[in-house]
Design a binder for this molecule. Structure first.
Ligand SMILES: Nc1ncnc2c1ncn2[C@@H]1O[C@H](COP(=O)(O)OP(=O)(O)OP(=O)(O)O)[C@@H](O)[C@H]1O
Ligand SMILES: [Mg+2]
Length: 474
């Protein structure tokens, strides 16, 4: 029989956990303090440790250092905080299961059922909801989604463009108690400054010229469901103030209304930017950032989970085949070309390359040399800040996407075509002129890809647009 030790100083909570644990066929012992726990450990080493962190005589984490006494049980942490302390998230043996208090009996039963199946020995799932990938970083993402989906907590998804942030948001919704209600996605970058308030909160008939009927905003459209605020850093600053107020108060008003409505939505926000840097640059309000950053999920770039490329390619080719009515698969050795590429555009870039190869192929297989040719034409990888950002946290301003010198980004004399990797400036020009020439050269270097140029320059996309506008180029 599997033995569980429940370390919890709240006697009622401990009784509930012990009852459920015994009901699942485990033997259970309880301890209300670190001292008690050490006593229990010396009697019998547990296979499963259910650990509260705040104990009357210290922090539950201290027990985990006591390897000799503890053995190697599976650990489930029970805490009221939505986030595990970094030392737990970064444990060599993987982050422990996290039960966020208050949790239901059903949630505990689900966690115990997972434990019974032996998570350490189980084959990692190759997909979860809409997401495909068996790599360790994706397992962490699946685990985080599983933990937070049943709650009402706000989730903040970060990751480079094309890493699957929207799929994570949709998977979260599908796994949440709100799944039967709408999932409404808003691209905050596309909100017009004049109509943003009405788009978010709606307006009453006659509230402004042209408002000829009542219009429900996205907060109303998503009532009971999930509101996905995509590209949150691109929301106009005045709207950020209003959004914060709604998130704090839980209610909002249509434009032109006199009474408030309840904001019954679970908010999931996403950004492909380093949010700490966005705050430092003043494009994201710090108070809004803290309000959103309740439960962060950081998506790994594809180049840090190359072992998933084969699975993803097969999945994406399946999708393309279904859509076009003709199936094509990767030919022998074709995977090698894909695995060697750095994928600055992540899964979206992979999907686009496969689509191109699909169109250019005649037979049932995509040939390796065709893929290699297509990939040679792609822009080089950025080696961006996400490689270095600690999981589940934000990179600090200092660790953010600062440019590699242009000269480092490409292979000398390689596939760069017309792009010149060096920029020489004559002495005697102004700083503003040097600035303009650097911005323009970086854009050329990235084939006019503005997101990549902004990342290399270490400025926001918005700042880049402002510069271009001031040069009369956009
Ligand atoms: N893990 C995954 N499994 C299957 N498909 C994926 C996965 N990740 C991304 N995709 C696919 O890649 C494309 C881009 O994904 P998505 O739109 O979710 O990315 P994103 O992170 O929101 O990008 P952006 O920041 O540019 O908005 C979509 O077609 C999506 O279906
Ligand atoms: Mg997206």
């Amino acid at each position: 029989m599997t033995h569980a030790l429940i370390v919890e100083d709240d006697a009622e909570a401990a009784r509930m956990v012990a009852a459920v644990t015994s009901g699942e066929g485990l033997s259970a012992a309880c301890a209300g303090s670190l001292l008690d726990a050490r006593r229990q450990l010396s009697l019998q080493a547990p296979d499963l440790l259910l650990l509260d962190l705040q104990l009357p005589d210290g922090n539950g984490l201290d027990l985990l250092d006591d390897r000799e006494l503890l053995g190697r049980p599976e650990v489930m942490v029970m805490s009221a905080s939505a986030q595990l302390p970094p030392v737990l998230r970064n444990r060599a043996e993987g982050a422990p299961v996290h039960l966020v208090k208050p949790f239901s009996q059903a949630q505990l039963q689900a966690a115990l059922a997972h434990h019974r199946k032996g998570p350490r020995d189980a084959v990692p799932p190759e997909r979860f909801g809409l997401l495909v990938g068996a790599s360790a970083p994706m397992q962490t993402v699946y685990h985080e989604i599983m933990q937070v989906a049943p709650t009402q907590f706000t989730v903040l998804i970060s990751g480079e463009s094309g890493t699957g942030k929207e799929l994570v948001a949709r998977t979260l919704h599908a796994r949440s108690p709100r799944r039967a209600r709408p999932f409404v996605a808003v691209n905050c970058g596309a909100l017009s400054p004049h109509l943003a308030e009405s788009e978010l909160f709606g307006h009453e008939r006659g509230s402004f010229t042209g408002a000829d009927r009542l219009h429900p905003g996205v907060f109303e459209q998503a009532a009971g469901g999930t509101l996905f605020l995509d590209e949150i850093t691109e929301m106009p600053l005045p709207m950020q103030v209003k959004l914060l107020r709604v998130l704090e108060s839980g209610s909002f008003m249509r434009v032109g209304a006199t009474s408030t409505l309840e904001a019954d939505v679970r908010v999931v926000a996403a950004s492909n930017r380093d949010l700490a840097q966005a705050v430092a640059e003043g494009v994201l309000r710090e108070d809004l950032f803290w309000r959103l950053d309740v439960f962060p999920i950081a998506l790994p770039p594809l180049r840090l989970r190359r072992e998933d490329i084969g699975l993803l390619a097969a999945h994406l080719l399946d999708q393309i085949g279904q859509q076009e009515g003709v199936r094509r698969v990767l030919g022998a050795h074709a995977l090698g070309a894909l695995v060697d590429h750095d994928w600055p555009g992540n899964v979206r870039e992979l999907r686009n390359v496969l689509k191109r190869a699909w169109v250019l192929s005649q037979g049932p297989c995509l040939a390796p040399d065709l893929l290699a040719t297509l990939l040679r034409r792609m822009p080089p990888a950025q080696g961006g800040s996400w490689d270095r950002a600690p999981r589940g946290t934000l990179a600090t301003g200092a660790a953010s996407a600062v440019a590699a010198p242009l000269s480092d980004a490409g292979t000398p004399g390689g596939e760069r075509g017309q792009t010149n990797n060096w920029l020489s400036l004559p002495l005697g020009i102004s700083l503003a002129e040097a600035d303009r020439r650097l911005v323009e050269a970086t854009l050329r270097h990235h084939g006019q890809h503005r997101e990549q140029a902004a990342a290399t320059l270490g400025i926001s996309l918005k700042t880049l647009y402002n510069r271009l506008r001031s040069y009369g180029a956009a």
